[in-house]
Structures are given as C-alpha cells and as structure tokens.
Design a protein around this ligand. Structure first.
Ligand code: MYA
Length: 479
C-alpha cells in the first residue's frame, strides 16, 4: 500500500447541500430498491432516524461528483501535478530507461518487455552510492534493526497530499510484512550514512505468486521504498530501485508488482481508497473527515453506529487447522479476477493466521457440514496525525483478503459478511475501516456507508506489458 488517503471533503455547492439536507431531514429520493434501513439496528438511540442506505448512497455519489470537479480545479500546474498525472515519457529520466510500459504506448498484447538475462550478464557488484553513504542489509529478525527501520518509516514514509497524516507501520507489522515464505535478507536493502551508521534509505522485495489473465508466475512485490526527508530529490530512489532489481535478477526473477500513489509509467490499474468511519468524532477531531453542512456530530455518530454482535452464524477467528480450507476457498475466489495472487498453504498460514495487533482473520463454517464457507481478514495500519493537539494516531483497519460463499454471487450475503468485518474492527477499537474499490468491494461500499477517499493507488508491473484493468478486475492487495 502506498498512498495515504482521507475522506474527500464536500465542495460547498447547492447540490452537496441538498444531498446532505435530504439525509438530515430523513427525506429520500429512492425509487424501487429495497431500502436497507440503517436505523433498524436494535441499539440505535431514540430521537433521530439515521439515513437509509439509499440516502447515504445519494450523498456519497454526489460527493463523488464533486471529486471530479476538485481534480479539474487542481490541475492548474500546482506542485502535485507532475506526481499525480502522466508526464511525457522523455521527462521520466529514470523510468524511461526501465522495462516498463511507456505512457504513450498502446498495449496490444500481454507479456514480458525484456527477455530474462543470463546470470553471467547480471551485474555482480552493488551499484555505487553517493560518497558518504553505504549499503546495509537490514536484519529484520533483529529487534534493534527492525526498530531502526520502523523509525525511518515512521518519520519519513508516505503522507497524504496535505501532510496531515503519515503511515505508521509498527515494527511487528514490518516483521510480518517482510518475512513471508521464501523471504530473503538480500532483498531488505538499507542505505546508511557512513560516518554515523544512521539508516536513511530503504527498499524491499518479497516473493509472491501472481496471475495476470491466463499467465501465472513467481515474481517479487516491492514495497517500503523510502528516502529520508533531508535527502530527497537527490536521485537516491533510482539507485535503490536498480539495486533491488539487480539482487532480484540474481535469483532468476525478472518481474515485479508494486503500488504507488504517484503516477509512473504506466499503471496497469488505478484504484481508489474508500473509508468507513467507525469513530466519527475522533476522525473529525483529527481532520480526517468533516461534518458536512446541515449535519451534526451527534447525527454522524448515529449514522455510523454499528450493532454490537455479528450476523454470520459461527463466525470465529481463523485457526491453524483452517489453513487448507481457506487456501482452497481463497484461491477459487482469486481465480475470478484477471489479476490476482495465488497462494500456497504456507503463504496462507503466514499471511492470514491472526497475528496480534497486526492481522485479524475470521472464518465461518457451514452449520451442517462444518466446512468453511466464508472468510475475511483485515490488517492494522495506524496513521500518525501530524501536529494535532488531541490525537497522535488514527487506528485504521485495512480490508485484506476475503472470500465469500458462492464466490460472491449473492451480493447481500457479501454485504453482511463485510458488515461483520466492520463490527469486529470497531470492537478492536479501530477508528476507521479502509479499502480500495478492487475485488468485489464496489458491491458493498455504498450500502455499508463507505465514503470516497482523496487518494488513488496505482498498480504497476515491472517488465510485464499488460492491457489496462479496471479496479474490479484486480484481486491483488498489497500492504
Ligand atoms: S511506493 C512508496 C514510496 N515511498 C514514499 O512515498 C515515501 C515518501 N517518499 C520518499 O521516501 C521519496 O519521495 C521516494 C522518492 C523514495 C519515494 N516509486 O530519489 P529521487 C521516481 C518509484 O530524486 P525522492 C513503494 O514503496 C521519480 O519519478 N519511483 O526522488 C513502491 C523520479 O524518476 P523519473 C518513484 O523523492 C516502490 C525518481 O524517482 C517513486 O528523493 C516501487 C526521483 O528520484 C515511487 N514511489 O525519492 C519502486 N517516487 O526521473 C519501483 C518517485 O523517471 C520498483 N519516483 O521521474 C520497480 C521494480 C523493481 C524490482 C524489479 C525486479 C524484477
């Protein structure tokens, strides 16, 4: 995962006002659809009716329209423009030298851009760093080094466009994220200042299996690229990327997948973040979300209130003996998406068995057969709130992999399952539940009162040409 997003602010227009007013008055413009009345939750306080799902949908849709207007207004050459939009290919000094799809290229077929190199043709020595810096592999099993990496990222990693929030991956999370089956220390690459040994740069690769349409293969997922704030714009990032590429190539791998908030040549898909408030008061206090006009905080609290108990019979935390069934269920579900990972049992054991404070996974068995029919997971990625007097962090849960009964063919069933994920996340004291518009997520975003975020997440493939995919064709979820 590589972009910070917060709830999109409403633009102050008559249309948005009307939408919010409709919700606040309880008036509805719905026609024909079965209303899922949020106010039906038994524990909803008396004295005000929360908006129906359709009303919320209308508000969200209208706010979505505002989003397009905001982006049009933004493209007047401000600082963010070159990061958010494509440049001419010859302006990408580094990326134009790499085997990636060009921004102006019309992709007719899918496949590698460059043929695999023979091992003896791969550079054997590390790329040169600027004077005063040296390479240093990070031993993520060592608590002291994991803490050094945590500190680099917690002060220098991804922020939202307004520099209000910064991802704060915990050290326990980083250990989990960097040590799946087949992980290699050689792919956890740090840069230190030679004189004082301070860690100032990092990039990582982990092994993974990915299928793109009918083709499947092993590749690497690249993540946690970071350069200390004081060393930005000095072309260190291209050196880190070339070094990880060299080290991955030495293991006979020539393709990679990665995500970023910035626009690079050239996304295979562009997804959007969505946020479901669980603790609206705190989110408003931190500036993550806002109180729309004609809405009050009390009303927002009612709007986002969740039941105390889950709906799905038998829902329980995933256990080691569930691994074979979850692997089969998840792989079957993943096959329904044109770009999706495939998992071995040991990968499912690593990625999906619960890890306290890091990843939360639940399964639901069929009442008669005991066979697992449903599964979902979410992970914990707090964001540091920059310069807020009341709060230091927002506790965010991110939807990870899931597999609903019947491969998601019953939309209402999937909605209920994901509502259970919200209920459990709230019980774990998360403030917000985030997800992208990939997988079948678009089928529950409105009904479960998610709001559109202000961040895009672009998906990229290295050395693999691929016709563009829609968000709902993406099954890959990166951390
Ligand atoms: S995405 C998360 C990235 N990290 C952050 O956003 C944290 C905060 N930012 C920083 O730490 C720095 O700004 C970074 C850039 C390090 C991002 N991915 O050194 P520079 C290009 C790829 O002067 P800096 C994640 O982790 C930029 O277009 N390239 O810039 C996935 C320009 O190239 P060009 C990026 O700001 C990473 C050049 O770098 C990114 O000091 C996947 C400028 O370098 C970016 N996010 O440092 C990496 N941002 O001139 C690719 C900027 O061409 C993996 N740039 O425009 C590729 C596959 C490798 C393995 C292959 C195996 C086969």
């Amino acid at each position: 995962m590589s972009t910070e997003s917060k709830l999109q602010p409403a633009v102050d227009t008559a249309e948005a006002d009307a939408a919010v007013a409709a919700s606040a008055n309880g008036s509805s413009s719905k026609k024909g659809k079965t209303p899922v009345v949020a106010g039906a939750d038994a524990d909803d306080p008396p004295g005000g009716r929360p908006a129906t799902a359709k009303e919320v949908e209308d508000i969200m849709r209208k706010l979505g329209k505002m989003d397009i207007m905001q982006h049009l207004n933004q493209s007047n050459g401000n600082d963010q423009k070159s990061r958010k939009n494509p440049k001419d290919m010859d302006k990408y000094k580094f990326w134009q030298t790499q085997p990636v799809t060009r921004v102006d290229e019309k992709v007719e077929s899918n496949g590698p851009i460059e043929v695999d190199k023979a091992i003896e043709d791969i550079r054997q020595t590390p790329y040169a760093l600027p004077k005063d810096f040296q390479w240093s592999l990070i031993d993520i099993e060592d608590d002291k080094e994991a803490k050094e990496l945590y500190e680099l990222l917690s002060l220098n990693y991804v922020e939202d466009d307004d520099a209000m929030f910064r991802f704060d991956y915990s050290a326990a999370f980083l250990k989990w994220a960097l040590q799946p089956p087949g992980w290699k220390k050689a792919w956890h690459i740090g840069v230190r200042v030679t004189s004082n040994n301070k860690l100032v740069g990092f990039i990582s690769g982990i092994p993974a299996g990915l299928r793109v349409r009918s083709h499947q293969q092993q590749l690497v997922e690249i993540n946690f690229l970071c350069v200390h704030k004081k060393l930005r714009a000095k072309r260190l990032a291209p050196v880190l990327i070339k070094e990880v590429t060299r080290r991955v190539n030495l293991e006979g791998i020539f393709q990679a997948a990665y995500t970023a908030g910035v626009y690079l040549p050239t996304p295979v898909a562009t997804c959007r973040y969505y946020h479901r408030s669980l603790n609206p008061k705190k989110l408003v206090e931190t500036g993550f979300s806002y109180v729309p006009r004609n809405m009050t905080i009390a009303r927002m609290i009612r709007l986002y209130k969740l039941p105390e108990t889950t709906f799905t019979p038998g829902l329980r935390p995933m256990q080691p003996e569930d691994v074979p069934q979850v692997t089969a269920l998840l792989n079957d579900y993943m096959k329904t998406f044109p770009m999706a990972p495939f998992f071995s049992e040991s990968e499912v054991r690593h990625w999906l068995l619960p890890v306290p404070t890091v990843v939360f996974s639940y399964v639901a068995p069929d009442a008669k057969t005991g066979k697992i029919t449903d599964f979902f997971s979410f992970y914990s990625l707090p964001s540091r709130v920059i310069g807020n007097a009341l709060h230091t962090h927002i506790n965010a849960a991110y939807l990870f992999y899931y597999a609903p009964k019947g491969l998601g063919d019953d939309k209402e069933h999937t909605q209920k399952l994901l509502k259970d994920a919200l209920i459990l996340a709230r019980k774990e004291k998360f403030d917000v539940f985030n997800c992208l518009d990939l997988l079948q997520n678009q089928g529950f975003l409105d009904e479960l009162k998610f709001g559109r975020g202000d961040g895009n997440l672009h998906y990229y493939l290295y050395n693999y040409r691929c016709q563009q995919l829609k968000p709902e064709e993406v099954g890959l979820v990166l951390l």
